[in-house]
Write a new protein. Sequence first.
Length: 323
Amino acid sequence: MALRNLFNSLAENEALSEAAQNYGFKLGGQHVVAGTNLQEAIECVRALNEQGITCTIDRLGEFVTEEAVATKAKEGILALIEAIHAEELNAHISLKPSQLGLDIDIDFCYDNLREIVECANEYGIFVNFDMEDSSSLQLTFDMLEELQKSFKNVGTVIQANLHRTKDDIENLKDSRLRIVKGAYKETEEIAYQDKLDIDINFIELIEYHLAHGNFTSIATHDHNIIKHVKYFVEEHKIPKDKFEFQMLYGFRKDLQLELAQEGYNVCVYVPYGEQWYSYFMQRLAERPQNINLVTNQVFNKKTNTVLAVAAGAFILGRLTKRK
């Protein structure tokens, strides 16, 4: 818990974020973020496609409070859609409503989302609404429901840590869903606090949507859960084209390739953009396994994880003071 709080604090530190963006991927961000610009992301996606892996691409950014910034984000996502089509990539997009004005004005946000979904629909590209904290949950569902009256190429994420999710998944069984455990810290009135409770709910949600719902994206790096899903789909004769295993860029590359070679659909969540620092710290905050996966690539494997990341934060802090 102490490590999680540390990384969440670092993610929210604007001075460190600015320094990180100015001085590059000094904390190993290049291992979990595909690049700072669209061309770098395209190259990463193409390389994954060549291995039989599809991608969902996220132009990083969230919690925008200025209309001009949200409009710029929309234009960037529209450019991403055009690039996916022009480059003939096997990919779709993921986005966060708060990046497009959810915290500014709901109608402004909806208009931005509709423009993106309509553009993607012309090219047969799917759009996934990433789920944020519980304060934006119902608003996101409401906008999704409204858009689905006109478009079939849009879906969302549901989080296994929330108490309400079993009702949500039944209401959304006709939607393409990504099922995740949930990364945001919520109160016990809203969310399960125990890891075992979350894991149990996660598996039950996966099984329900596989058996009763539309296409299912199973977001996990846990080989035990993946093994369970393999057994479940075989036992219930669920075809492989009804689901995919989805993992983060830079994590469990060996497992991604192994699953693809076994004939399973594998999708990698590929983030890119100048806002890489906050994303990087959030991934480290989520689970101790993520910290180990990244630090083993970035630092000497014998280096203590806490000291390594603390050293990186210290360096960025010193760089900030020099400005």
